[in-house]
Design a protein around this ligand. Structure first.
Ligand code: SAM
Length: 228
């Protein structure tokens, strides 16, 4: 089933065990049942060879902002690596959560939660281009199939983090993967938790050199790719 977001839609959630947000629209959790932060570090950071590739002005882009956990995980690594200039992070999101929902989800990850406040304060006011001490974040609201083609920038690393390809196929389709490639900088990379065949084929058709590597936890495989 595909979902075509209308304007001004928001996340629809239930909470598993009172802590894990699950989308009722997509019938899928926002991150790993085991340890979302560890999964993010394995899949999206190590999968893009980060923090090793960080340089001043490094720009990450993401499909699916959700709770912001991936952004805060990247910012933690950025700080650990000693950068004081801003990390750039652009994410595409059709069904944004409220600041309170993000805050509740992030509470399960004290490290990430501890640095989230300046961002969440701005988010609660409706700001979607948010600059804090060492972060320039822009969350582009709307269906990524429309908003990404209109984006005039390119990222050094992409996080592909839609819900599972079976439940959210529109975020993995061929045309969108071509747009990801078009908006990847020279030498740009991407990583995703899925190794679904059609996603890998769409990425290869978009001009990425695609590699299957070890997944996180119970997931045997994940996918990384480099712009050819
Ligand atoms: C697995 S969650 C992302 C988790 C997130 N990266 C995090 O750190 O919490 C998938 C996200 O994709 C968003 N999404 C689904 N379809 C979309 C679409 N067509 N365009 C943009 N975002 C979409 C969902 O609303 C959801 O927030």
């Amino acid at each position: 089933m595909t979902h075509t977001p209308a304007q001004n839609q928001t996340a629809e959630l239930t909470w598993r065990d009172g802590t894990l947000p699950v989308s009722t629209r997509f019938d899928d959790p926002y991150f790993s049942l085991e340890n979302g932060l560890a999964e993010t570090r394995h899949v999206f950071l190590a999968g893009n060879d980060l923090p090793a590739r960080f340089t001043d002005g490094f720009h990450i882009a993401e499909l699916g902002f959700g709770t912001g956990l991936n952004m805060f995980a990247a910012l933690l690594e950025w700080r650990h690596a000693g950068f004081t200039t801003p990390l750039r992070f652009t994410s595409f999101e059709a069904f944004p959560m409220s600041a309170d929902e993000m805050d509740k989800a992030l509470a399960a990850f004290p490290e990430a939660h501890a640095i989230a406040d300046p961002f969440l304060t701005e988010w609660a006011k409706g700001t979607r281009c948010i600059e804090t001490r060492d972060l320039i974040a822009e969350i582009i609201i709307g269906d990524a199939r429309t908003t990404l083609p209109a984006w005039n920038d390119a990222a050094d690393a992409w996080f592909l983090d839609g819900f599972s390809p079976a439940k959210n196929p529109e975020l993995w389709e061929q045309d969108l993967m071509a747009e990801v490639a078009r908006h990847a900088a020279k030498g740009g990379t991407l990583a995703t938790y899925t190794a679904a065949g059609f996603v890998r084929r769409n990425l290869a058709a978009a001009g990425f050199t695609v590699t299957r590597s070890a997944g996180y936890g119970r997931k045997r495989h994940m996918t990384t790719a480099t712009k050819s």
